[in-house]
Design a protein around this ligand. Structure first.
Ligand code: NAD
Length: 254
């Protein structure tokens, strides 16, 4: 018996990295997928690498666009009838490592728009439906940067800390309707987002140093985050809500 047999799962940011690995993991466990990204090519590449026979719908949407998100959720519910799980994973990092006093408003607004408002728009639209149907599971992608500041710049860290709080707030509001809301907090994972960091380290013979930031002495793989997402979205986590699970090789343990 597969954990997501006959279940509809919507994943944002599925055109690359962690979202792509999540799409594969949920599909391997029997899910019917709705994959969302602003990058159509990335979505298509994800789709061709899914297990044969996976039922998948691709939608190109900017998650920071409230109207587009609402229209998408409405369309998906009309077409599929229900959504059992939502994975809010789309995100952007700052390329700007300015201090808080030098940071610019546009960068803050862009990062908060995608990383915080995006998940909020989806939780609001999908949460209403899950509340009415009497259950569902939501998984948000935060970051170790939301637990301790630093990685990705000040706006990124603040956005991810806010995602952890959004997770708890939504869990409190929706728990009585059997809707669970949790977050994963990845450590350093090799994806499109972190490519510049990995390229720089490799060019300068510093790759080993990248892994040294955590107790397991290595960086993580997208599949390791996808596994945690699938656990939190599944009935195996039926008594877990409002939690932020660090999947970081022990980065935040010390
Ligand atoms: P990635 O860049 O490989 O993938 C992110 C995906 O989100 C891309 O396909 C991108 O097109 C999509 N996206 C970005 N903005 C969007 C928008 N406005 N609307 C729709 N789609 C949009 O990066 P990743 O590392 O796989 O990131 C996935 C999530 O994991 C992000 O929330 C990121 O902050 C988080 N995260 C990553 C790491 C890491 O080390 N890679 C660590 C902690 C947290």
């Amino acid at each position: 018996m597969q954990r997501f047999d006959q279940r509809n799962v919507l994943i944002t940011g599925a055109g690359s990295g962690i979202g792509r690995a999540a799409a594969r993991r949920f599909a391997e466990e029997g899910a019917r997928l709705v994959l969302v990204d602003r990058n159509q090519e990335g979505l298509e590449e994800t789709a061709v690498n899914l297990p044969e026979g996976t039922q998948v719908t691709l939608r190109t949407v900017d998650v920071s666009d409230e109207q587009a998100v609402n229209a998408l959720v409405e369309e998906v519910l009309a077409a599929h009838g229900t959504l059992h799980a939502l994975v809010n994973n789309a995100g952007i990092a700052g390329r700007d490592y300015s201090t808080i006093t030098d940071s610019d408003t546009e960068t803050w607004q862009a990062i908060l728009g995608v990383n915080l408002m995006g998940p909020m728009f989806f939780i609001r639209a999908v949460g209403k439906h899950m509340q009415a149907q009497g259950g569902g599971a939501i998984v948000n992608t935060a970051s170790v940067a939301g637990i301790r500041s630093g990685a990705g710049g000040n706006a990124y860290s603040a956005s991810k800390a806010a995602v952890i709080n959004l997770t708890k707030t939504a869990a409190c509001d929706l728990g009585q309707y059997n809707v669970r809301v949790n977050a994963v907090c990845p450590g350093l994972i090799e994806t499109g987002m972190t490519k510049p960091v990995f390229d720089y380290a490799r060019d300068n013979n510093k790759e080993q140093k990248l892994g040294s930031r955590c107790e397991l002495r290595r960086y993580g793989r997208p599949e390791e985050i996808a596994a945690a997402m699938a656990f939190l979205a599944s009935d195996d986590a039926s008594y877990i809500t409002g939690q932020a699970l660090a999947v970081d090789g022990g980065n935040t343990a010390s």
